[in-house]
Design a protein around this ligand. Structure first.
Ligand code: ATP
Length: 429
């Protein structure tokens, strides 16, 4: 196991295209780090530079404190799982998993190989399939074999490049939990590339968000969600995404498309002299005013709006509220939408209401939103003017504590399992 450090990493491709720009990232020993961003943001390039499949144009890559820029992939002792699994069709599952061990000729005895493959198969529930060929396996099983091959070596870190993108939604969910469980049990440093923000939010200890080769924010999923640094991160993380609307500022009053809000003194101060901001509110920070208790109502703002469409999902009800776009911020929001591969819905709000709500399409509804949780963004730079650094630091600390505790628990469980198995590798049957 090892820490991985990226220092001022740059990638310029042969045609002069700069795919990665001055990326600095410290991945701690045992950490699960996600690289996420829309298509073309440079996440695969970055991963391929770590593993050694792509040259580093500038900057330094350190593994366990040692520079590895010039080292060949096999000298870096990293294990990579690819999107297309790259299994050998003529080999059995057992031999596919054993492959990297056999490659290191003479390093492992046959008995050792058996024990290691067996242990990987136990972990990934592949025991019944060891004699089968990849062609006869389901997508999820193939994915497990690919993971088995990655974990059978004592690699310093695992690298995953969109490993679940070929699976259907249900299987993706299952495999996601398995990867999380496996990583915790083994406690191996992991770098995982995905464009799926659900994977990013559920798997990562920390998530690095990339945009056009530039690192935007590296933080725990919770910090990204609650304290995004800018419009891009705010819009990328969350589903349905954060709503953005224009906000005109007059003194301490913020004029939103549906209602006016009085800004708290510290927020007004951060807005400075701006007379226009982009306001972001997450869908779940709205509610049907009629299902709210008074206590909550008094903490937010009630307004009326025309409801265009509703979608009832059982536990919640989505309502779509169209509003007049503001030409001064519309271009910015449309550009953001294109970058985020969005659905071009930036002139309506999506609000997620309680499933008990009786709000109907075509009616004028009385809604509420939690004004304390809205974010204000600079319309030019996209900077989040309401980010609370203190709160972000607190979330960070809490996350780090939870991570080290989970890792410690996993290592303890592993130690106990090894003791139970006779203090060493399991003997195969
Ligand atoms: P995706 O999710 O679509 O795989 P990504 O974020 O992984 O995207 P990369 O594959 O890292 O993106 O590519 C980053 C950028 O570098 C893209 O704009 C891509 O077109 C460009 N690129 C990738 N490989 C090369 C190459 N060999 N030569 C020139 N440009 C390249």
């Amino acid at each position: 196991m090892a820490a991985i450090e990226l220092k001022h990493i740059e990638k310029v491709y042969g045609d002069g295209f700069k795919a990665v720009k001055d990326v600095n990232l410290d991945i701690a020993d045992g950490e699960f780090m996600i690289l996420v961003g829309p298509s073309g943001c440079g996440k695969s390039t970055l991963l391929r530079m770590i593993v050694g499949l792509e040259d580093i144009s500038d900057g330094e890559l350190l593994i366990d404190g040692k520079r590895v820029n010039e080292k060949a992939p096999r000298e870096r002792n990293l294990s990579m799982v690819f999107q297309n699994y790259a299994l050998y069709p003529h080999l059995t599952v057992f031999e596919n998993i054993a492959f990297p061990l056999r490659l290191a000729r003479g390093k492992h005895s046959e008995e050792e190989i058996r024990a290691k493959v067996q242990r990987a198969a136990d972990l990934l529930e592949l025991n019944e399939h060891l004699d089968r060929k990849p062609a006869n396996l389901s997508g999820g099983q193939r994915q497990r074999v690919a993971m088995g091959r990655a974990i059978v070596r004592d690699a310093d870190a695992f690298l995953f490049d969109e490993p679940l993108s070929n699976l259907d939604a249900k299987l993706r969910g299952q495999m996601r939990t398995e990867i999380a469980r496996m990583q915790r049990r083994l406690g191996t440093t992991t770098v995982y590339v995905t464009h799926d923000q659900t994977e990013a939010m559920t798997l990562g200890d920390r998530v690095a968000v990339l945009r056009a080769g530039v690192l935007q924010q590296v933080a725990s999923p919770r910090e990204l969600y609650e304290q995004p640094v800018n419009l891009f991160v705010a819009g990328f993380i969350g589903s349905p995404p954060m709503n953005f609307m224009p906000g005109r500022v007059e003194g301490r009053t913020l004029h939103l498309p549906f209602v006016d809000v009085e800004l708290a003194p510290d927020v007004a101060e951060r807005v400075g002299g701006r007379d226009l901001v982009i306001v972001g509110v997450r869908p779940e920070h709205f509610e049907d005013a009629s299902v709210l208790d008074e206590n909550k109502q008094s903490r937010g703002v009630v307004f009326e709006a025309d409801v265009d469409v509703t979608e009832w999902l059982g536990d919640s009800l989505y309502a779509y509220l169209p509003f007049e776009p503001d030409p001064q911020v519309q271009d910015k929001l449309e550009e953001l939408d294109r970058e985020l591969d969005g659905e071009g819905m930036r002139t309506q709000l999506v609000v997620s209401l309680d499933g008990m709500s009786r709000v109907r399409e075509g009616e004028r509804a009385r809604l509420w939103f939690d004004a304390r949780r809205m974010h204000l963004f600079d319309p030019e730079t996209g900077e989040n003017l309401t980010r609370d650094e203190q709160e972000a630091a607190r979330i960070n600390e809490e996350n780090e504590r939870a991570r080290t505790e989970a890792l410690e628990r996993a290592r303890e469980a592993e130690r106990r399992a090894e003791e139970k198995n006779g203090g060493g590798e399991r003997q195969s049957a």
